[in-house]
Design a protein around this ligand. Structure first.
Ligand SMILES: [Zn+2]
Length: 314
């Protein structure tokens, strides 16, 4: 079942078609979804979209379960994950260490809990939210973490946090505004909400268009750039105090997008990758990302980490 939705930022119903692409995890190449552009504010979102998202998220967790892949990598994309995953967990920990706060951390969309466990070892008091039962059960049984199924359960417990992280989670949340206002209510006065997202205005997103892995239709319901994340944050009483390029995301997204494009034409994707285009895109994307500040906000990298605080609380 699918539903049509309005723009989550300005409420406008009118939109124009932006692009069509298929579900990369579906065996049916014609399993297509549309991204539309709001006529008023230009926000890009998946429309229409599946009502029951869990139907689409489940194979993502089962097929991409970090531990299965790390223990037994089968494909070239598994190997990319195996190489980047430990470094990306360490990078997340270092990012938290750099914040001028310490204490309680909530990871929204914690999957199998690798990052949370890393923070628990660093003496943080940690809680996770994971809607997928497989991921949640693993985090609890393997790491002994405190993980719940939904944000509502956290709200009911009336707990507050110093840091809330959403590593590539916000774009999968059906209701952006109610989620952000709930998160605001449980974030301490001097706390930080960290949101990592793919950047649809990045060089590699424009180069690979419908094959860009950051689209991930229909799991990603929204397709952010910097301007629209700032608008959404302001609308919900947050201020974006810092933005940082995520180089891991650029490497991952360029390689995976090139594989996806190649895989459409031949079954053995690795031999038909357009390597010159891959390296050119990678180099330009990394340069744009590394120059996030001096090049201006339009030329940022493939993945961006946004630092949000309560409004008027720099
Ligand atoms: Zn709009």
């Amino acid at each position: 079942m699918i539903e049509s939705v309005k723009c989550a930022i300005c409420g406008t119903e009118e939109h124009e078609h932006y692009l069509t692409s298929s579900d990369r995890l579906s065996s049916d190449e014609n399993d297509n979804y549309n991204i539309v552009k709001c006529d008023n504010c230009g926000f890009l979102y998946t429309n229409p979209r599946p009502v029951n998202q869990s139907d689409y998220l489940a194979p993502f967790i089962e097929g991409g379960d970090a531990f299965n892949v790390l223990a037994d990598p089968k494909s070239i994309s598994d190997w990319i994950f195996k190489i980047f995953h430990p470094a990306s967990v360490r990078w997340k920990r270092k990012t938290i260490y750099e914040l001028p706060t310490i204490g309680r951390l909530l990871d929204f969309g914690c999957r199998t809990g690798d990052f949370l466990f890393e923070m628990k070892r660093a003496k943080w008091d940690v809680v996770g939210i994971e809607a997928d039962e497989l991921g949640k059960d693993f985090a609890i049984s393997h790491y002994g973490l405190n993980v719940v199924s939904s944000l509502e359960e956290i709200i009911e417990q009336d707990e507050k946090f110093d840091v809330i992280t959403m590593w590539h989670t916000l774009d999968k949340v059906p209701d952006l505004n109610s989620t952000l206002s709930s998160l605001k209510s449980i974030l301490n006065e001097n706390g930080f909400l960290l949101i990592a997202l793919p950047n649809i205005k990045s060089f590699d997103a424009r180069k690979y268009r419908g094959d860009w892995i950051g689209l991930d239709l229909p799991r990603h319901l929204y397709h952010f750039d910097q301007d629209h994340l700032v608008k959404l944050a302001q609308k919900n009483g947050f201020e974006v105090v810092k933005q940082k390029n995520i180089s891991w995301d650029t490497l991952h997204n360029v390689f995976m997008s090139a594989l996806r494009r190649a895989g459409k034409h031949r079954w053995n994707a690795r031999w038909s990758v357009n390597w010159p285009m891959l390296f050119w895109t990678l180099m330009v994307s990394l340069i744009y990302g590394s120059k996030l500040i001096s090049f201006g906000r339009k030329c940022a990298g493939s993945g961006i980490l946004y630092y949000l605080t309560h409004e008027n609380n720099k």
